[in-house]
Design a protein around this ligand. Sequence first.
Ligand SMILES: Nc1ncnc2c1ncn2[C@@H]1O[C@H](COP(=O)(O)OP(=O)(O)OP(=O)(O)O)[C@@H](O)[C@H]1O
Length: 810
Amino acid sequence: MKLNVEQRRIVELEPSGQMLVKGVAGSGKTTVAIRRINFLKTNYCHEADDQILLVTYNKTLLNYIKFQYERLADAEEEDFQQFFASNANVEISTIDALMFKAFRAYSRRKGVKLEISNTPMERQVLIEAIHEVKKSYPNVKLLSPKNSAFLLDEVLWMESCLIEDIESYQNMDRIGRASGDSSTPQKLLKNSELREAIFELLRVFTDKMEKQGFVTFKRMNLLALRQVQEVNAKRYTHVIIDESQDLTRVQLEFLKALYKEKPYSSLLFVADNTQSIYSHSWLGKGRPYTTIGYDMSGKSRALSKNYRTTTEISTAAFDLIEADETIRSNVDFVKPALIDRHGHPPIYRFFTTPMKQQAFLVDEIRTLQNDYDFREICLVARSNRLLESLAVGLEAEGIPTEVLQGTEPNFESGKVKLVTMHSIKGLEFKVIFLVDLNQGVIPNDRYTDLEDQKTVDSDERKLLYVGMTRANELLYMSSVKKPSKFIKEIQRKHLRMKKDCALRPFESISMSHYQFTDQLTDLHSREEVVRQWVLRELHETYGYPYELLELEYPVQKFSQRGYCDVAATIYSGEQATPLLFIEVKQFGAGIEDGLKQLKSYLEANTSVRFGLVTDGLEVKIIDRNGEEVQDIPRCRPQFLPETKNTKRYLNLKNGRNYAYATALDNEEVIEVREEDTEVYLQVHEKATVPLIGNVAAGLPTLATEAYEAKIIVPKDWVFTAKDTFALTVTGDSMTGAGIDKGDTVIVHRQTSAQPNEIIIAVIDDEATMKKYMPMGNDVLLMAENTDYEPILMRSEDVRINGKVIGVLKK
Ligand SMILES: Nc1ncnc2c1ncn2[C@@H]1O[C@H](COP(=O)(O)OP(=O)(O)OP(=O)(O)O)[C@@H](O)[C@H]1O
């Protein structure tokens, strides 16, 4: 892989103490971090004791990095291998492994024997501590076992923020943490009795734990920090911290204590705050680096190009960030730049039961097997428990699986991988399935009563963002029962309902936007919601004008007559015949019955070519032989009836060309489609442009009510409707610009123009249309036809009447 210029520059930066590389997901931060090791090793390790440390967040990531770069070593650089050899002066480790080692050294040095506790035990000890502290603080309502989950989290947060004395806690900005108990909207005010009580709780809790021979994981971190601060542990000349946005303050201080400053040493933070997914993280919450003693002014670099995912996946993922002001306003936020790599838009499915979701996963993975190895597919879920049950389900269907957890995962094994949303950070796979994106799961409702919803939402949104940006090529997302509210934040146009099909996922349409209301007998019927969604898809996604769609299309089979819910008809000459039959079922009711019905309709009508059945959740498309096909055809111009007067419109305002049609019987009804596309544009607002004469007559000086005809155009094709007029072209001097005799030009009234614009100019009381070329005090009026000579005039002799902004072809 060839690094881009910015990446290479970062790899080869001269070490100068602290440095920051921030970048978007998939921009090569980890790639750069690893490459830099080689550079530092070759150029900036002058003394025998110089060592380099690369810290990663978790074990899965560590193994993944080793795996990726061992592969790279084979392919590109032979000496890469030595990074992972035990005798190299390079160490790659997880933060936890480093700290645990230091904690063990602390225990030995102090002669204490402490084990790491688990959550149930911590809860129990905390409740005992609550009762004890309550005696001294009877008025502090928050001190109650019912708040033990929140209080435990607060205590662990205090430990991870290095809050060791009461003053620090009393004055601390609790960034990323919120009020506490929802029933009493306490803000845990600074310098309050409440904070004093909680600080006491921390002390009593820690005491009780240690008496029983235990420490929390966060306290273990604190003791590890003490160890490296008390004995001289400075031993790395270069420290590179990947995913530094997710480290706690204690972890950051710990790494600082390992860093040995020399004139050529470096401490590189690699971070993306958009991917900060732990509530106890320090820098990821937007705190400046000065809070850990570093001034990063002039010392940070950004990487904004996402190399990992396709434009379609990045765009959908970014919709989440667009919905989150907290993330976008973070000082270290980097807006992703898109690289031109296109692929399938993310697929979103909703299921009514977990079994249906599982059946879908099995089917889809089997189909994907034609194009992908199992090892390139990864299922991602919130919890390990869910992953394990999914693994059992897939195995039962003969799909080999491997849950990636802790110890040595084998990325090469020919198995579908399963990993939690937290552990997939930093990893990537060709195909990602994000499952169980349900209400209550993400955002997780565990904290709803205890934390400020906005804070929780922001962290959880990032978690989903991280998951989405792990996919190289294909991203599937699914929900069961009730979708996560975040799904709504992703624009429907960025999602698809199934692979290789343009249909966007179901969305309920409000009744006020229903189509064909005069034909509906029951607006409230539960099938109607699904039918209206299909109608909108046919129109907006597939480009069928509503005139081609018919509801309750009669189908005669022997003596029986049925009615198909929707038919899309096409014209050959005067004759309309159905191309597509659609059966809809009420939302979530299944499509089996509908499919039978549809097949019988297809048999009964010899001209219809495709059938689609859907209940909003499932969709099946068949050809007239009943064989499944991926998609229905988009509407093509030749399908359209001769009920319209279709012309070309050259929009000089935006440089695009359109197919412009008016209904034969009503010129106010217009239909607009960009040329070379098959999708009709929604015209929300229209402008009426009066046709007031011909070009030779020019524009009247006064607005006139008398006009020959009116032309209705989308409002955004003109500047201001009242200053817009249309003229018929009388000559052929502008043929080279695509303006022929008989065409109609749309003109904006104005008295000045920019070079090269086509204007209506008045010379000696005679109007003409020419290209405007000012030249000092003169003006050259150019024809776009070699038969005509340019006209050179003094500026004051030329009066500009207007500028041509569009051409409606004859
Ligand atoms: N210059 C490049 N050209 C081509 N591919 C690149 C380039 N830089 C990085 N990549 C690829 O992009 C993907 C993402 O890289 P990497 O994991 O280093 O990014 P990251 O910024 O650490 O991502 P994240 O923060 O999302 O984990 C990898 O597959 C990597 O090989």
